[in-house]
Each structure stands twice: as C-alpha cells, then as structure tokens.
Design a protein around this ligand. Structure first.
Ligand SMILES: [Fe+2]
Length: 320
C-alpha cells in the first residue's frame, strides 16, 4: 500500500461523549464520538479475533453511531474480506466492471492500473446517495479501505438522515409522510469499452432491464434504534410516486435544499490503514474530487446484515 502520513483529524462538529461501549468490545481500544457526531473508533482489532459476539458489538456501534472507524488495519485483500465476512455477508456488486479481478467482493475505485490493466472505475459516487438505494432491498452497510491516498486530502462527506428528518419544517414533513420516493441509478451508469457502437438510448434501456427504478418511503425508520430517517438523496431519487411532475420536482428541490446543509454534514478525511464501516440506513455520502492528476485507489465491500432495511423491507439477502 502506498500511503501518506495520517492527517491530524477527523472533522467533528459537536461536543462530549455519549452511550456506553458494548461489554463484548471491552478488550479493544474503543472511542465513542462526540454527542451528535458520527463514528466510533476501534483500534486493536484483528479480523481473526472477531467472534459472533464481537461482530454483534461492532454492528451495535454502527447502528448507534452510524459509522465505525477501524484504525491500524494493515490488511491484505484476504484479511480485508475476512473482516467484512465476520461482520456480515459481503456483497458481490451487480456490475462486474467494478470487481477486483481476484476478489469479486471487492468493488474498486481507482485511477491506477493493476498488473498493467485498468481495474475498477476511476472516481465513484461524487454525488449524495445511499449505496444501492436503487434496489428493492438496499445495502445495509458499506466498508471502505483506502489503498492509495492522493497527495491532497481525500475526503468523503456524510449526511445524517436522522438529523435531517428531525429538522424538517412541519409543512415539508407532512408532505413527505406516506409518500414514496423513486430511486433510479441509470443516470449514473459508467460507460464501458464494450458499449462502443451502442446508443445512449440502448444503454439506458439495458440498465433499466438490469436495475429498474424502485420506490421506498421518503421517511423510513431504523430497525434497531427506531430513529426516523429522511431516506432521500439527490444522487438517486428522481421523483415521488403518484405526484404530478411539476409538484414532484418542486418537492424534490425543497427536500434537497433542506437536507444538503452543513449542519447535517460531517467530513471524513481518509487515513492510511483505516477501514471505515457505515450504516446506509442512516447516512448519505458524497465522495470528494476525482483526483484526475493524482493517484487514488480504494477498495469497498458492501456488507449485508440480517435485519430489515426498514420495517417491512427485508435486508440481508439483497440482489447484488
Ligand atoms: Fe457510495
């Protein structure tokens, strides 16, 4: 791994500590976030030492604090996959062009060649979204391990969907209750070499067949802590089911304007040997720059837990 020294801080915006550390994690170095902040830190974890009880404790921290940072994780690919597999069920992403050639569980974002060949996709997710919200059974959690860090800080922004819900003005909240948002990913499709000579219409139609648009309630509820969540993103949500287009577009813009505000956002600066795991139910995220003149590689593994994504929608056995 090529990596630069760790930047000095994860940017947090709130103060003082919160709930207790699960007893099953007492052998580890765990630091809880500041109140209202996102992310507990865990150091001293070995993938091989993760028992079912420790895995449950880690998931509990993720559900409570929306994210966990594992520090000091100098893992090869096999041990990285083992880490994900101890916590949940690793995803094999539905589009093969993202796969690591040796490990289909690893989704690669990279602008560097691997064994002289292109690997994965250069630059992903630079828009607000929750991973795989465009599936009927979205992805529970996302794990990322940066492998090559650019010279400039590599940052990802996270948006707290519970905080965004809690701050909804009454008028907007009442308009969103019992409304379903339409999630669609085809506009984010990355053209591949095999697409030469195909029209955009053909490519979009093929994507529609592979991953047709789905709907989810605009307001969901977390299956563990019961928090209400504004499960909408400007990256994947294209409208609201059943509303006239003009009204749907106006409501979308009002929701995005409300939620994409600094008060709900925390920025994470990626560090060497740090693996991050977050709850897609509670956070939207937005990747930083594409680093076109700099090198950057990260390995993502989607992780399914066995819980509903929200009450009434099964999780854990997703299609991708
Ligand atoms: Fe993403």
């Amino acid at each position: 791994m090529v990596a630069r020294p760790s930047p000095p801080e994860v940017i947090l915006s709130m103060s003082s500590t919160t709930s207790p550390i699960p007893a099953c994690l007492s052998s580890l170095d765990v630091e809880l976030p500041l109140v209202g902040g996102i992310g507990a830190r865990i150091a001293g974890l070995l993938p091989e030492a993760i028992t079912a009880e420790i895995a449950a404790g880690i998931r509990k921290l993720v559900y409570e604090h929306k994210m966990v940072y594992f520090q000091g994780m100098d893992l090869d690919d096999e041990r990285y996959i083992k880490l994900a597999g101890r916590i949940g069920r690793p995803q094999v992403y539905f589009q093969e062009n993202y796969h690591h050639p040796d490990h289909p569980e690893i989704f690669v974002s990279s602008n560097l060649p691997f064994r002289g060949q292109k690997i994965g996709v250069a630059g992903t997710g630079a828009y607000w979204h929750s991973d795989c919200s465009f599936f009927g059974q979205p992805l529970s959690m996302t794990m990322i391990s940066p492998r090559v860090l650019p010279e400039a800080d590599r940052k990802t922004k996270f948006l707290d969907l519970n905080a965004a819900f809690e701050a909804l003005p009454e008028e907007l909240r009442s308009r969103l209750e019992n409304v379903r948002a339409v999630h669609e990913a085809k506009w984010r499709y990355k053209v591949q070499p095999s697409d030469v000579d195909k029209s955009l219409t053909e490519l979009l139609a093929a994507f529609d067949e592979m991953a047709p648009a789905v709907t989810h309630p605009a307001i969901t509820q977390h299956p563990v802590n019961g928090r209400k969540l504004l499960y909408v993103s400007s990256g994947f949500v294209v409208g609201f089911e059943g509303l006239p287009k003009v009204e749907s577009d106006e409501l979308l813009q009002a929701v995005f304007k409300h939620m994409e505000r600094e008060q709900f956002i925390q920025t994470h600066v990626w560090r060497a040997h740090e693996v991050t795991l977050w709850d897609n139910r509670q956070l939207n995220h937005c990747a930083g720059d594409k680093y076109e003149k700099d090198h950057s590689t990260s390995y993502r593994i989607g992780v399914y837990d066995k819980l509903d994504f929200y009450p009434g929608v099964q999780g854990g056995e997703g299609p991708c």
